[in-house]
Ligand binder design. Structure first.
Ligand code: E4P
Length: 219
């Protein structure tokens, strides 16, 4: 499974890259606003900065919700850098636009996916990625990981090429469970990636190794 970081924060993107395990970035309008990036020009410049740091795919979300608007915004975003992926909401005009982008060879990420039916539509339209929102499904007491499992099964049976990008990841367990359920990628806030490091027995074990070394090698 590949790792994307789910943030617009350049420092966090750089930190994840330095770990040597970063495959891409996803952003959304909320994450841009959270990082204080507002206004079309600043947002564009910020996408360019992210794309300079990261070699892998970088999702840039359209704001338009009508076919013409999504197409013109998405085609423009795709010119900003070769690794831009146009992120399009799971709505009727979004699916039409994904089909259009697909025919033009522009990569897409269909976002706000909450059901297997939506995942089938996005795959039929030729989406490069779909983003099922694991955490937001759990938030309403449904099962986000079960959705990843369903979509993975359907995509395998139907031999769809669309990749499953598990999104709305809230903790390290979501990453592990998404991997087991068949997600191709998990897009994660930095704290969930670093959460994977943590195990008390690792800390205790390392402390003991170093203490034993000090005993045999007094300074
Ligand atoms: C990423 O593509 C999604 O926009 C993001 O993971 C949503 O996460 P949230 O549910 O924590 O806002």
């Amino acid at each position: 499974m590949r790792f994307f970081i789910d943030t617009a924060d350049l420092d966090q993107i750089k930190e994840a890259k330095e770990l040597g395990i970063l495959d891409g970035v996803t952003t959304n309008p909320s994450l841009m606003a959270k990082s204080g990036i507002t206004g079309a020009k600043n947002i564009e410049d910020h996408y360019k900065k992210i794309c300079e740091v990261v070699d892998g795919d970088v999702s840039a979300e359209v704001i338009a919700t009508d076919f013409k608007g999504i197409v013109s915004e998405g085609e423009y975003l795709a010119t900003l850098a070769p690794n831009i992926v146009v992120k399009v909401p799971m709505i009727k005009d979004g699916i039409k636009a994904i089909s259009h982008f697909s025919s033009k060879g522009i990569k897409t990420n269909c976002t706000l996916v909450f059901s297997a039916g939506q995942a089938i539509l996005a795959a039929k339209a030729g989406a490069t990625y779909i983003s099922p929102f694991v955490g937001r499904i759990d938030d309403i007491n449904w099962d986000g990981i079960a959705l990843i499992r369903d979509i993975a099964e359907i995509y395998a049976v139907q031999m769809y090429d669309t990749e499953i990008l598990a999104a709305s990841i809230r903790n390290a367990k979501h990453i592990v469970d998404s991997a087991r359920a068949g997600a191709d990628i998990a897009t994660c806030p930095l704290h969930t990636i670093t959460g994977l490091f943590k195990h008390p027995l690792t800390d205790i074990g390392l402390e003991k190794f170093l203490a034993d070394h000090r005993k045999g090698n007094p300074s």
